[in-house]
Ligand binder design. Structure first.
Ligand SMILES: Cc1cc2nc3c(=O)[nH]c(=O)nc-3n(C[C@H](O)[C@H](O)[C@H](O)COP(=O)(O)O)c2cc1C
Length: 171
């Protein structure tokens, strides 16, 4: 994937990120999860996307079984209901594809199936993953985001998945 073509998509992608986007893992189970945090850039001389998934998410178990993921960005002011649903309901309890009335879009470059109807798709291959080490965290951040109020007693740290961008395109 060309760095310039990737960078051209980032203003729009970043704007949508604040409203939520869909993360889908590769593998047999298709379970879109809403994410609001991600990083985009050029590292190791190639475009990468880093997503952050807490260990308590069903999506975490799916990410651990695959080496690809896809991020699908709805167009501005679209798919708000679907984002809200996939941001509170777990694929452990519901079939999000059916309940949120979502449709899959076949990948172009070997990534995971995307969410149809979105405006930008980024297909990625996992090249590095890292469980956050809370011992090296800024104490204020640690208390706020990984304190005793989290779903797991260990603070439910995120795993960072760094994905090489296989393809990123507008629809
Ligand atoms: C706007 C928004 C952004 C979110 N961002 C993240 C995120 O970046 N990482 C994460 O682990 N969970 C995030 N969540 C929470 C998950 O989407 C939520 O826990 C979801 O129900 C998990 O689904 P799953 O159990 O099917 O994986 C976000 C939720 C919302 C509403």
């Amino acid at each position: 994937m060309d760095n310039k073509e990737f960078s051209a998509l980032l203003p729009q992608a970043n704007e949508q990120l604040s409203r939520g986007v869909f993360l889908t893992a590769g593998g047999e189970i298709w379970n879109p999860m809403t994410i609001g945090w991600a990083q985009f850039g050029v590292v190791w001389a190639r475009p990468v996307v880093t997503v952050m998934v807490r260990k308590s998410r069903y999506t975490y178990s799916l990410m651990e079984k695959t080496d690809v993921f896809t991020v699908s960005f709805p167009r501005a002011k679209e798919m708000g209901k679907e984002l809200a649903f996939c941001g509170v309901r777990s694929g452990r309890d519901v079939n999000k594809e059916k309940e949120a009335n979502l449709t899959r879009l076949a990948p172009r470059a070997g990534g995971a199936e995307a969410v149809a109807g979105c405006g930008i798709v980024m297909e990625c291959r996992i090249v590095q993953k890292q469980l956050l080490d809370l011992n090296t965290f800024d104490p204020e951040f640690r208390e706020k985001y990984y304190g005793s109020n989290q779903a797991l007693p260990d603070g439910d740290p995120h795993v960072l998945y760094v994905g090489e961008v296989l393809a990123a395109y507008e629809l």
